[in-house]
Design a protein. Structure first.
Length: 354
């Protein structure tokens, strides 16, 4: 279990992930050595961790997809074992309800998504069926969620106004730096310079540019089993188009909401909430329907095991085991032979290449 200082430490790092230990210690009213030692204990036990990944603004117009997967009996964990290292998969959740797995995936194009679903998932032994929906907009996501244990007077300053993110995608050197930060975003500038082969001045300048442009997203997470919010529920809903902006804005601002997205398909709304107990699900839904009379809840699922969370592999208790670097890219070279064979057959049947 975590104590109050641990919770304060996680909250402080959610607000200022690269702040020095003296700054963090001052927020917690402990010395820098104590803060650093506690963080080392938490990360060593897999109970808390820091991550970093490119933001959508820096990687171009990405396709975010939610893929429901039905597995053949007895094959679920075999399927998961084959999928966990796929870099395009941000989350993998074993969930209740009318799907075995819920995947959150990120691709650079609809074509790449189609190839992944058709040639990767479609050919994977143990998968019986898939259903895919695309997010038309992400209204909030988990990197913005906070434990909020710090008192108002002790919280770090709020986010500063930032210029619009650049239209250009991350360059190779930028991406290499982000991948290093994904392993440990508290690495010193000198350590990052040593590992990247860049000078310390270049690393410092690149970091300042990426952070100012909101081109990278830092995340400080705690294992859900000790976070105080042990239940993760994903809810599908339908709301009239004219009410979508109002409902998603208010949903995104709710304390429990980790993710809120509008979707293609029959259910145009998906949101994930963290709750204190399973018993809170029905009262939460009842309060939502009362607050938003136009909202219809169409389905819900409780996460039994989040095997992958923002690129980190977790055990059944939600403790971090290792990291799969997340870049928002997928190498679909393995599907090229199957795709080529399909196109050849289509041509032979009188079809024309797309």
């Amino acid at each position: 279990m975590l104590d109050e200082i641990d919770y304060l430490l996680i909250t402080a790092l959610q607000h200022e992930p690269r702040a020095d230990w003296r700054r963090i210690g001052a927020l917690l009213d402990v010395d820098a050595t104590t803060a650093a030692r506690r963080w080392a204990r938490l990360t060593g036990a897999g109970l808390a961790w820091l991550g970093c990944h490119p933001s959508p603004a820096a990687t171009g117009e990405l396709i975010v997809a939610f893929i429901e997967v039905d597995c053949e009996p007895g094959r679920l964990h075999t399927v998961c074992e084959q999928l966990v290292d796929d870099a395009a998969l941000f989350n993998i959740e074993h969930a209740t309800g009318s799907r075995d797995l819920l995947l959150t995936a990120v691709f650079r194009s609809q074509t790449q998504l189609a190839r992944y679903v058709g040639f990767r998932l479609g050919a994977l032994p143990g998968i019986a069926a898939t259903r895919t929906q695309i997010a038309t907009a992400l209204h909030t996501e988990g990197s913005r969620w906070r434990l909020d244990r710090l008192k108002e007077s002790g919280r770090p300053d709020g986010p500063r106004a930032r210029p619009a993110a650049p239209a250009a995608t991350l360059g190779p050197a930028d991406l290499d730096l982000v991948l290093l930060l994904g392993e440990d975003c508290r690495q010193s500038v000198s350590r990052l310079a040593e590992r990247s082969g860049l000078s310390a001045a270049t690393v410092r300048r690149r970091l300042a540019r990426l952070e100012a442009a909101n081109a990278i997203a830092y995340r400080c997470e705690a294992a859900r089993s000790v976070s105080g919010w042990p239940v993760s529920a994903t809810v599908w809903g339908a709301v009239p188009a004219a009410e979508t902006a109002r409902v998603t804005a208010q949903l995104s601002g709710m304390r429990e909401t980790r993710l809120c997205a509008t979707l293609t398909g029959p259910h145009n709304l998906l949101f994930t909430v963290w709750l204190r107990s399973v018993g809170d699900i029905q009262p939460f839904e009842a309060a939502l329907v009362q607050r938003f009379p136009d909202l219809t809840i169409t389905d819900r699922a409780v996460t039994l095991w989040r095997l992958k969370h923002a690129g980190h592999i977790l055990d059944p208790e939600g403790r971090r085991l290792r990291t799969v670097p997340f870049t928002g890219m997928w190498n679909d070279g393995d599907t090229s032979a199957a795709e080529t064979a399909l196109l050849d057959r289509l041509r032979g049947a009188g079809g024309t290449p797309v």
